[in-house]
Ligand binder design. Structure first.
Ligand code: ADP
Ligand code: NA
Length: 350
């Protein structure tokens, strides 16, 4: 058995939103108890969205501030910035040689982000999931809390790990590095574990407040579509009041949310914020109109988010404190990543 390790990352691009919080950061916080966790600001990834950033250091600090304001303990666990650990990029190169172009071409996020003009997309955008696999596996991470949009990338990380393990099986044995595991029915002498996504919960994919068929996203041009972690009470209230709904009230059973994506989304958000199931939320609000439910959702969202917003702002003003946390985390992460890369170089024969 591989030693359990939780790893995840968030890109320093634009405003963090409620989807990032419920799909990712909130789970990072919950997993701290009893686990070894590494949480990363993935700045190398952010170049695939935008090559030149006005204030990349400020964006990096704001993600680290969000982690810490949400309750991540940077002493017990590791919080750092990806580019501070060059071993991520080194392993990503090896994974670029392991992964097949056909695998990358099938990624729905690549297809969405590259759009019609695929020939003109960056090579980095295509290779993104290979770097993501390296981020996790350079620590031999076993569990990855993410939103539902990342599921396909984690399947690819398993494919990359599996192919590396199989291709280098004899070398891994010779170097005396791997352990015997079974994947499906197949016995494998593995150096890299098969990562498991942690996606479950009532809001694995938070949808836009303006269009229940699109995910809430940093890149949506409408600010009304998302609740930003730095929004104040007034903005949260306005956005939830204006959120798209249908004319019916809330059903008393979860089945009644089928075919009603906006209602389903708001109930899922409430459930996640309240740490309840959708069934419990509908037991409370079933039969009520949105004119009753929305104000309750505003109160709950403000109650959960406003302490985080306040702490995030305070931390973002204290740049030397955040920088010290990232530096310390980077040193610890680097030592662990280098131990893996020593093995990997040995296995390959460098
Ligand atoms: P974004 O997708 O907003 O650009 P990232 O790619 O940095 O942000 O994703 C950070 C984390 O937030 C990932 O785990 C991702 O799955 C999660 N996430 C992003 N958007 C949503 C959403 N709408 N619902 C749930 N989780 C999300
Ligand atoms: Na994403």
């Amino acid at each position: 058995e591989f030693k359990e390790l939780v790893f995840s990352g968030v890109q320093p691009t634009g405003n963090l939103h409620l989807g990032n919080y419920l799909g990712a950061i909130r789970k990072f916080v919950a997993l701290q108890e009893g686990n070894d966790c590494i949480y990363c600001v993935v700045d190398l990834h952010s170049l695939t969205a935008q090559l030149v950033h006005d204030d990349l250091p400020g964006q990096i600090r704001s993600i680290a501030a969000a982690f810490i304001a949400s309750g991540i303990d940077p002493e017990k666990h590791i919080v750092f910035n990806q580019s501070a650990v060059p071993q991520h990029a080194e392993l990503a190169w090896i994974f670029n040689c392991v992964a097949r172009i056909g695998w990358m071409n099938r990624m729905t996020q690549f297809k969405d982000k590259a759009g019609k003009d695929r020939e003109n997309a960056s090579l980095g955008l295509l290779a993104y999931p290979s770097l993501m696999a390296a981020d996790i596996l350079v620590y031999r991470g076993t569990h990855v809390p993410v939103g539902d949009d990342q599921k396909q990338h984690l399947e690819l990380a398993r494919d990359i790990a599996m192919k590396f393990n199989l291709d280098y099986q004899d070398h891994i044995r010779r170097a005396g590095r791997g352990i015997d595991i079974t994947v499906g029915d197949e016995p494998v002498h593995a150096y890299f574990p098969m990562v498991e996504p942690l996606i479950e919960g009532p809001a694995p994919r938070v949808m836009s407040l303006r269009d229940g068929t699109k995910k809430m996203s940093k890149s949506d041009p409408s600010d009304l579509s998302r609740i930003n972690l730095l929004d104040d009470e007034e903005a949260i209230s306005k956005k939830i009041r204006k959120a798209k709904t249908d004319p019916d009230g809330l059903p008393s059973e979860v089945e009644g949310l089928k075919g009603r994506p906006e209602a389903d989304n708001l109930v899922g958000i409430y459930a996640a914020l309240a740490d309840k199931t959708k069934i419990e939320v509908l037991a409370e609000f079933g039969g009520q109109q949105f004119s009753v439910f929305k104000p309750a959702l505003v109160d709950l969202a403000v109650q959960v988010l406003s302490p985080i917003t306040g702490e995030m702002r305070r931390l973002m003003d204290d740049t030397s404190h955040i920088d010290a946390i990232l530096r310390h985390g980077g040193e610890r992460a680097r030592a662990r990543a280098e131990a893996t890369m020593k093995d990997v170089r040995d296995i390959i024969g460098f």
